[in-house]
Design a protein around this ligand. Structure first.
Ligand SMILES: NC(=O)c1ccc[n+]([C@@H]2O[C@H](COP(=O)([O-])OP(=O)(O)OC[C@H]3O[C@@H](n4cnc5c(N)ncnc54)[C@H](OP(=O)(O)O)[C@@H]3O)[C@@H](O)[C@H]2O)c1
Length: 271
């Protein structure tokens, strides 16, 4: 099989959140393109199952699994140290891991606030720093943000703030990395039918859900295309792009009122 990265110093694709809906889509698209894979997730068991599936589907692709809670600094450092000790250089980092806790601030514990900020932002930043230090000849970084990060979102406030921060960080980092063989792209997907609760939520959105939702595979392919072009950021899907333009014309107070009304009816914890 022709390796996508055969012209570079040998490098791996490192995917965080590899065991989730979008993570698995990235894993399969990258395996098809001939990348060897460094897979991370919290659950050792889920990682083993994924490796077994990949072995059958892509016998020529090498996979290595690292279970770690990336919101925990000690576990994250230990995982990074292990990859470094194994001399595995990174040609592509895909920061997928994230938690979409959704509730008003007063319903959060202090612990849950820290968890969501750390996994959605701190962990991704730390993985960027790690990948840059351990990069192959060239490095591409894809940070999975969200369209939810474009506007402040009452009752989804920490999620939207952390995703907004991740987008902003990615755009700045891209500038810092100019001329250093490192491309950085923030991806802003709309809804993707990954977990059952997200599928239900999309169904509940009726026609808009049907129009705007993109499959995890489409998002993975669009993300790889965007980083290949070294784009700053990419909103995935025609309707999500249109929505961004349309909502610019709506007064902020109306927008906040509409979002608060809608999201105050939904409450969900981390999975
Ligand atoms: N689904 C959507 O509609 C949507 C829309 C826009 C953006 N996004 C973003 O896309 C990304 C993936 O979403 P998804 O729907 O695929 O979610 P998902 O199916 O729930 O997968 C989440 C992944 O993140 C990992 N993860 C969660 N907390 C972690 C932690 N503390 N340490 C290490 N790994 C952790 C999980 O690993 P384990 O399973 O091993 O614990 C899992 O692999 C997220 O960043 C999300 O915010 C999703």
């Amino acid at each position: 099989m022709k390796r996508q990265n055969e012209n570079m110093q040998y490098g791996y694709a490192l995917i965080t959140g590899a065991t989730g809906g979008l993570g698995k889509a990235f894993v399969r698209v990258l395996a098809q393109r001939g990348y060897d894979l460094l897979l991370t997730g919290r659950s050792e068991e889920k990682l083993q199952t994924l490796q077994t599936e990949l072995k059958k589907e892509f016998p020529n692709v090498k996979t290595y699994a690292y279970a770690a809670d990336l919101s925990n600094e000690t576990q994250r450092s230990a995982m990074q140290q292990k990859i470094q000790d194994e001399n595995k250089n990174v040609a592509l980092l895909v920061n997928v891991a994230g938690a979409d806790v959704q509730k008003g601030l007063t319903a959060y514990t202090q612990e849950k606030i820290a968890f969501q900020c750390r996994i959605n932002f701190e962990a991704a930043v730390s993985m960027c720093r790690f990948a840059i230090e351990n990069k192959a000849e060239k490095l591409q970084i894809i940070n999975i943000s969200s369209v939810s990060g474009i506007y402040p979102m009452p009752y989804f406030a920490i999620y939207s703030a952390t995703k907004g921060a991740l987008t902003s960080f990615s755009v700045s980092l891209r500038e810092e990395m100019k001329g250093k063989n490192v491309a950085v792209t923030a991806i802003l997907p709309g809804a993707m039918p990954t977990r059952e609760d997200v599928k239900e939520q999309i169904k509940g959105q009726g026609l808009w859900g049907k129009l705007a939702a993109k499959s995890p595979q489409d998002v993975a392919i669009a993300s790889l295309k965007a980083v290949e072009k070294n784009k700053r950021k990419e909103i995935v899907g025609f309707w999500n792009k249109e929505m961004r333009v349309f909502t610019c014309w709506i007064p902020t107070s109306w927008r906040l009122h509409f979002i608060a009304k809608r999201w105050s009816k939904i409450s969900k914890d981390a999975f």
